[in-house]
Write a protein that binds this ligand. Structure first.
Ligand code: UD1
Length: 434
């Protein structure tokens, strides 16, 4: 089994190119189902999740050409002849974001059958809000045999609706937005998610002919169209990758320029890093992050929907705070079980006490390397971050999680001075996907 080996202690220094956002690219790929024309997506990262979405769409009948990753990453997706409207369990179980094909399939074909994603390592993660929105747009939805079976009741076409979400969901907002773009009449999404990936999806749908207002606020208005057309769109930079490397710079007291990074995509996060003692400088090409000279100050962090602190950076922030001078309280409000990294960080010498949804992190002078493993993507990368400063060797196993969401992680860190390698069946393979 592949693992990542890190010898901690080196300061990171240099430039890291930021890839396109996985969480933007996945719904954008699903949006290609809304038209028979070609959708060209640029800046698509080479990741296992992108490959899973490609396989899922190809199974439905979408032709996908081009390549993700590399110098000029570009995918062309054409859903001219959809042969199937079913997303099977085998793919959905690998990637929850597969549920994002539900809205587009239902809106364009009036019918869709998508496997229920089920729980995952970070919590229960239901899809009730996705289904609520689609039901209110005139879909009948049955749950049978582990599948969502949905059908547009009125003449095979969804209608516009006023949909108030009881809690903010990124995925439900995306699914309903895509469906509403082809529905009959106006839809209003209330308490919608405001993440940059939602704005990116809205901009792509607008380029495809949709009329959308209010994206980036909690109320989104969409005038449905009878059909949408092809477009070309560039995926927004990955703000979670930016935050991850910014924290890696801080942890190692290093100095990294994150090429393509934008501070506006991470409101509050750079301020929090500055509070720990880091220096943040906007440059012509991105953002430069210089870690604190000594141990960072402890800061309290609470995850919230955008524009709050992202849950997808909570584990990385915790790894950073294990070395703080003082204590830090980290509270997770989005997912109920997102502290899976705590026991692993503790095995490296961290002092963390969990009380319900909060973790009290008391800074220690030094972590020590250890063999560790994690059960989800962001937890895995937090262990890599801890390994970058730990004394001695850390090996992180189950790195297929990293392959799902970080393009060339090992190569990017190695290029900036980290002693890190990917070992594949005993062989060093630094330039593989992770
Ligand atoms: C997306 C991101 C994920 C990120 C999360 C929160 C993608 C592919 N993934 O996931 O990386 O951590 O946003 O920023 O973009 N919920 C319900 N019912 C639903 C839907 C959600 O109760 O129908 C709950 C979830 O269990 C969770 C909360 O709402 O507690 C937020 O989840 P949501 O925003 O939907 O996350 P995802 O879209 O799955």
């Amino acid at each position: 089994m592949d693992e990542v080996r890190i010898h901690g202690g080196n300061r990171l220094s240099g430039k890291i190119p930021i890839s396109g956002a996985k969480n933007a690219a996945l719904p954008l790929m699903a949006a290609s189902l809304l038209t028979g024309d070609s959708l060209v997506l640029n800046n698509v990262p080479l990741l296992a999740d992108i490959e899973s979405m490609r396989t899922l769409l190809a199974g439905l009948g979408t032709t996908v050409s081009g390549h993700a990753g590399g110098a000029e990453p570009s995918l062309t997706l054409t859903s001219a002849r959809i042969a199937d409207t079913e997303a099977p369990y085998d793919i959905v179980r690998k990637m929850r974001a597969s549920i994002l094909v539900l809205g587009p399939l239902l809106a364009r074909y009036g019918v869709a059958r998508v496997s229920l994603p089920g729980g995952c390592a970070i919590g229960n993660r239901p899809v009730d809000l996705h289904l609520k929105g689609l039901r209110e747009m005139g879909a009948s939805v049955d749950l049978t045999g582990g599948y969502v079976e949905a059908r547009a009741r009125r003449g095979g076409r969804l209608h516009g609706a006023k949909i108030a979400f009881p809690l903010v969901s990124v995925g439900a907002t995306e699914n309903v937005m895509m469906a509403a773009a082809l529905a009959d009449g106006e839809s209003v999404l209330i308490n919608a998610a405001r993440e940059p990936e939602i704005i990116d999806l809205a901009n792509c749908l607008i380029a495809m002919g949709a009329t959308i207002e209010g994206h980036g606020t909690d109320t989104i208005r969409i005038q449905g169209r009878e059909s949408l057309h092809g477009a070309s769109h560039s995926v927004v930079p990955d703000r979670i990758e930016v935050g991850t490397y910014a924290i890696a710079a801080c942890v190692t007291r290093g100095d990294l320029e994150l090429i393509g990074a934008r501070t506006d995509l991470l409101p509050g996060v750079f301020e929090i890093l500055a509070d720990t003692g880091a220096t943040i400088i906007e440059t012509e090409r991105g953002v430069r992050v210089k870690g604190p000279d000594g141990r960072p100050s402890g800061v309290d962090v609470m995850t919230e929907p955008h524009p709050g602190f992202p849950t997808d950076l909570q584990a990385q922030m915790m790894a950073y705070m294990t070395g703080a001078a003082g204590a830090s309280m980290i509270t997770e409000t989005i997912f109920e079980n997102r502290f899976m990294h705590v026991p692993e960080l503790s095995r490296m010498g961290a002092n963390i006490t969990v009380h319900g949804s909060s973790a009290l992190v008391r800074g220690v002078a030094k972590l020590t390397g250890a063999p560790v493993m994690a059960t989800d993507l962001r937890a895995s990368v937090s262990l890599v971050i801890a390994g970058l400063v730990a004394k001695g060797e850390t090996t992180v196993s189950r790195i297929y999680h990293l392959d799902r969401g970080y393009e060339r992680l090992v190569g990017k860190l190695h290029d900036c001075g980290a002693v890190i390698e990917r070992v594949s069946d005993g062989e060093v393979a630094r330039d593989q996907v992770a």
